[in-house]
Design a protein around this ligand. Structure first.
Ligand code: ADP
Ligand code: MG
Length: 222
């Protein structure tokens, strides 16, 4: 579940971004859309407790984020949030398997090789476990990054521009992978995108439920 109330963020010496209120039920999809520069990535940073709100309230996965401070935020994020950033941030010096192991270290849990295997298998990239990121195609790297993001079964998955620079077929694939992964894990999924194709790639109804909830941001800076 995600709930925001009068949420805003001011970059030091930069713009103030004010966000419309939203409430997203657990296990559903939020499509965060709007033009480049409207604040989508900033909203994701707030939801992941990477930055603290300047004003307003934000509750993500039962945690009120205004109250979280540094170390607590890091521990909470490692457990509760699966972040698929636009730039994937796979460690170049590590293998795919070791990149996933990092998620265990970051959350203070012992490494579990069987769970790493299962996560890679679920995304069809188990055979790439011993490669380094430089030896992956773009699509393979995204699957690996998604496997790492959801390894610890986070309550919330945040994806930033997951279809950027992908052709239609690859974009459809990326969206389907995110939807399937979120559904299997019962996670709330937020897709931030300026790609108008994405809305059309999400089924209008899933199991009788509305396919996604839209949150349209506008480029309005104070
Ligand atoms: P989007 O992801 O929708 O393209 P962002 O959240 O990246 O938008 O940026 C929203 C606004 O905040 C833009 O005007 C951008 O220039 C500004 N901004 C983003 N990051 C910073 C920063 N580190 N310092 C100052 N301004 C920033
Ligand atoms: Mg962005």
């Amino acid at each position: 579940m995600i709930r925001t109330c009068q949420l805003s963020y001011t970059y030091p010496g930069g713009p103030t971004l004010a966000f419309p209120d939203v409430e997203v039920a657990q296990g559903t999809v939020l499509l965060l859309s709007g033009p480049s520069g409207c604040g989508k990535s900033t909203w994701l940073s707030l939801a992941a407790a990477l930055v603290a709100p300047t004003a307003g309230e934000l509750v993500v996965a039962d945690q009120s984020l205004g109250a979280l401070k540094n170390i607590a935020a890091d521990a909470w994020r490692a457990r509760a949030i699966g972040f698929l950033p636009q730039k994937l941030h796979l460690s170049a010096a590590l293998t795919v398997q070791q990149n996933l192991a990092l998620a265990f270290w970051a959350s203070g849990q012992p490494e579990d090789a069987a769970r790493i295997d299962a996560a890679l298998q679920a995304l069809g990239v188990q055979h790439l476990a011993r490669r380094t990121p430089a030896q992956l195609s773009g699509g393979q790297a995204q699957r690996v990054a998604l496997a790492r993001a959801v390894l610890l079964q986070p309550r919330v998955i945040l994806a930033d521009e997951p279809t950027a620079s992908l052709d239609f077929e690859a974009a459809a694939d990326a969206v389907r992978l995110l939807l399937d992964t979120a559904r299997i894990q019962g996670a709330t999924l937020v897709i931030a995108t300026h790609d108008a194709r994405v809305a059309a790639l999400i089924p209008a109804k899933v199991d009788g439920q509305i396919g996604f909830q839209p949150l349209q941001l506008v480029r309005k800076q104070l």
